[in-house]
Design a protein around this ligand. Structure first.
Ligand code: IPE
Ligand code: IPE
Ligand code: MG
Length: 261
């Protein structure tokens, strides 16, 4: 996957094409994580119920998943529902879950066609049985794919993930003398995956909201005022181009941006 694959799905002469031609494909972020925020505000601006914002946000998910896979991003993680989001009205939560199920059912073939491997990260066992079944089916059917890893963070909390990892580590009776950061990472939901190089948040809020707390230690953060339902490949390309201008120092001294570590 590379420039030609992306150009195949963007209109000739469009802003996306111009942006895509500036991307340095040798220095792509390996892992992009996205806090998809602003669906409610998008709906409010249109005097629509909040759930209409979630519905519209599905199109952004499709566009970004396709764009990332075609660019050659190794891992894409989308934050869809936090452990704190249960505080919302039950009707909003159930609509979100229904939309998720529908997305998976409608998009499974696209995921398969694009060699995308799907995985849920979060306490999926606390979700309704029908949602769990749909998620499991998508994971199983895409398990053999070797293209982009697509994680959906669902009923996800960064602190909860760290606690769960610690519990699993204790159960596995890990010898404290052998415990280091790499070993601990192996107990997280994202075991075996590179840490995010680029963290995108839509809708302008300057906070992490309990997302991937361990993994974003050295992620480059890019916040846009664009609301999630308005976010498209063009915005993704803008984020990547901004990332490629960053000077990643990891506490050291200036060196060029490199994907991963
Ligand atoms: C993000 O949009 C979607 C979820 C958190 C599920 P919001 O629903 O948080 O939208 P705002 O932030 O209220 O605009
Ligand atoms: C973060 O958005 C969670 C998801 C995108 C799923 P929220 O809208 O829940 O975050 P806060 O409440 O603004 O921090
Ligand atoms: Mg929000």
């Amino acid at each position: 996957m590379a420039l030609e694959d992306l150009l195949a799905v963007v209109p000739a002469g469009s802003a996306e094409e111009g942006l895509a031609r500036h991307v340095d494909f040798d220095r792509l972020p390996q892992h992009i994580a996205v806090i998809m925020d602003g669906n409610g505000r998008w709906a409010a601006q249109r005097h629509l119920p909040r759930v209409e914002g979630h519905r519209a946000g599905i199109e952004s998910v499709r566009d970004v998943v396709e764009g990332s896979a075609r660019l050659g991003i190794r891992v894409l993680t989308l934050y869809a529902f936090s452990v704190e989001n249960w505080k919302r009205p039950a009707s909003e939560v159930s609509t979100l879950m229904m939309l998720l199920k529908r997305y998976l059912r409608l998009e499974l073939n696209t995921l398969l066609r694009n060699n995308i491997r799907f995985k849920v990260i979060g306490r999926s066992d606390e979700l309704a049985r029908d949602v769990q079944d749909e998620l499991r089916a998508a994971e199983d059917k895409t398990a053999v794919n070797r293209g982009m890893q697509f994680n959906i963070a669902l009923n996800y909390g960064g602190r909860a993930e760290i606690i769960e990892a610690a519990k699993r580590m204790l159960i596995a009776r890990v010898d404290p003398d052998t415990l280091d950061e790499a070993r601990f990472s192996g107990f997280l939901y994202t075991a075996g995956q590179p840490d995010p190089d680029l963290l995108i948040r839509t809708s302008g809020e300057m906070r992490i909201s309990n997302f991937l707390l361990w993994q974003i230690a050295y992620a480059e953060i890019w916040v846009t005022d664009t609301l999630w339902p308005d976010f498209r490949k063009r915005n993704l390309l803008e984020a990547i181009l901004a990332y490629q201008k960053r000077d990643r120092r990891y506490g050291g001294i200036t060196q060029p941006v490199v994907a991963g570590r």
